[in-house]
Structure formats: C-alpha cells, structure tokens
Design a protein around this ligand. Structure first.
Ligand code: SF4
Ligand code: SF4
Length: 166
C-alpha cells in the first residue's frame, strides 16, 4: 500500500480483537490458549503489489458482489478509486487507480483505512500468506501478559511454601 516508512500509522503491530472476523477470532483464541500472539512486523517496501491486487472489507464482511461494492462506495466514497479486476465467484479482486507506474500513491494523504491498516491480522489469518515481496510479516510471539501471570503465580506459590516452612 505504498506506505512511507516514517508514517505515523505504521507499523502498528497490534490489533483490536473485536475488529476480527469470527474465523480469525477462533484462530487467535487457539494461539492464545498456547500462550502465543500473532504480531505484525516489518515495513512497506513500496512494491505496489497490494494496491494492484486487493480484497476489500466493509461492515464486518469481505466484498463478494458488485452490489456490496456499490453499497460500500455509497457509504464510503473514498473507495471509488478501486476498480474490479476479477470476479472469481468468491471475493472480488480490486486494483487502485491512484497507483502510479512507479508505485507511488497519488493520494497518499487521503488514502482510505484499507490502505492505512494493510496488512491486517484478519487478512493474514484468512489467507495465511502475504505478497512474496511484501516487507511485512506476522510473527508468533510469547504473550507477555500471560507469561507475567504465570511468573506471579509461581512467586505466590514460592511465598506460600516459605510461609508454611517457617
Ligand atoms: S490509495 Fe491506492 S495507491 Fe494509495 S495506498 Fe491505497 S491502494 Fe495504494
Ligand atoms: S505488498 Fe507490502 S511491501 Fe508491497 S506495497 Fe503492499 S504493504 Fe508495501
């Protein structure tokens, strides 16, 4: 999505659980039960791949039909910049008219939230892959909060044992 590496919005690396689709929530819960958490890392290399081939998400659903896309534009006119490239019968594939030939976003200041937030955790969990040259990736990290709770629990047990030994 041709992000400036100094962009204040990126990389965020953290995501709101409530913004995820049901399928993605289930996967995240599965990871959490194992004390792990997916986190986005890296930076945009401005290859433009995600501006030429992207899926759109609106009101909690991926856009699958031209009708849904029309409704999306009516509510969010900034998405008019996207044109349908393919309609394979599942998710519509879009491309952005504002990407220059040398991969520069020609409306960078006003780019819509789909661009600001790319690649979302939901997209990653859904497709499991990013574009081969994308500078972002998702890493599984140990959940710090869960680890700290476990450490506190061990400390409490040790203190209880000390009290019992006295
Ligand atoms: S507005 Fe278009 S060119 Fe700019 S970042 Fe978004 S998809 Fe890419
Ligand atoms: S595919 Fe990745 S590296 Fe390429 S423009 Fe999009 S976010 Fe940047």
């Amino acid at each position: 999505m041709t992000h400036d590496p100094t962009d204040q919005y990126l990389p965020r690396g953290e995501f709101s659980f409530l913004s995820l689709s049901i399928g993605a929530m289930i996967r995240v819960l599965y990871y959490r039960l194992r004390g792990m958490r997916p986190v986005r890392v890296g930076h945009c290399k401005q290859c433009g791949a995600c501006c030429r081939n992207l899926h759109l998400f609106h009101r909690g659903k991926w856009i699958q039909t031209r009708r849904q896309f029309k409704r999306m534009i009516a509510e969010c006119p900034e998405y008019e910049r996207f044109e349908i490239m393919d309609d394979p019968g599942m998710l519509l594939l879009f491309s952005c008219r504002f990407l220059s030939e040398d991969n520069i976003c020609q409306d960078y200041e006003n780019r819509p939230s789909a661009c600001l937030e790319y690649p979302t955790l939901d997209l990653h969990l859904r497709s499991k892959v990013l574009y081969p040259n994308c500078g972002y990736s998702f890493k599984m990290v140990k959940d710090f909060g869960k680890t700290m709770k476990a450490v506190a629990h061990i400390q409490e047990q040790a203190e209880d044992k000390e009290d019992a030994d006295e």
